[in-house]
Write a protein of this length. Structure first.
Length: 73
């Protein structure tokens, strides 16, 4: 409808996250989030994909905001 919608990404504090931050290995956080769904973590692209699936946003809009637009095939 032309408005705004909230899209979230969730990073919870786990030992792996603590270690990455302590070692300044911030580049690893995205990978940790992708493999830690059971701990409640959610990556932005997954949130966008869910919004596409329920018809809240278009695929084109999701790709514009995605971290990895190529993953939206």
């Amino acid at each position: 409808g032309g408005g705004l919608i909230l899209v979230s990404e969730v990073l919870t504090v786990t030992n792996a996250v603590k270690a990455s931050i302590k070692d300044s290995s911030f580049y690893q956080l995205h990978s940790i989030m992708q493999t830690s769904k059971d701990e409640g973590m959610v990556v932005l692209d997954k949130s966008l994909l869910e919004l596409v699936k329920i018809g809240e946003i278009s695929l084109t809009e999701a790709r514009k905001e995605a971290i990895d637009p190529q993953s939206f095939k």
